[in-house]
Ligand binder design. Structure first.
Ligand code: SF4
Length: 164
């Protein structure tokens, strides 16, 4: 069975084909400008408070303690894909809950100077359970899901696999 991580959850909201690529070990172009920008923002914006945590197969951008709460934060370059980022962050909260840690989440958009708080609602949890089942189905497919052009293809690091 596939070991699901936050990136797969993130990709699932955008394009199922990219999930298949990721699960099957196809590396996105690491020098793609959008990946570079994302890395730069993550590294530079919270350099002083940064505390990346690697937990099981998850890499969480920032974990901190506020009063008595554990706060898990995900840093994104833009709030345009906020729904996608919310689901990824919810997945971290869900996995932590499974091991008995109740945390709350924060989405950080440093370039826009925005910070949004979130909690793991029942609705998000149900959405995640469905997403996990769907990702497992995608992982069992022999070929990638059908090719469909979407606006995101323009900036996708897998573009060369689909549209060369
Ligand atoms: S190029 Fe388009 S179809 Fe291909 S993986 Fe990226 S988003 Fe999906």
């Amino acid at each position: 069975m596939v070991k699901i991580n936050g990136t797969m959850i993130n990709y699932y909201s955008i394009c199922h084909r990219s999930v298949w690529y990721l699960i099957h070990g196809l590396e996105a172009a690491q020098d793609h400008p959008f990946l570079e920008i994302g890395r730069f923002i993550t590294q530079e914006s919270f350099a002083r408070s940064k505390k990346e945590v690697v937990f099981d197969n998850l890499k969480i951008d920032l974990v901190k303690k506020e009063n008595n709460d554990v706060v898990v934060a995900e840093i994104k370059k833009s709030s345009k894909a906020k729904k996608t980022a919310q689901l990824q962050l919810a997945y971290y909260l869900y996995r932590l809950k499974e091991i008995g840690i109740t945390a709350r989440g924060e989405l950080l958009f440093p370039k826009e100077k925005k910070r949004e708080k979130m909690v793991l609602s029942e609705e998000l949890e149900n959405m995640l359970k469905t997403t996990i089942l769907e990702i497992e189905k995608i992982s069992n497919m022999e070929k990638p899901p059908e090719l469909k052009k979407i606006p995101y293809c323009r900036n996708c690091a897998y573009r060369d696999f689909c549209w060369c």
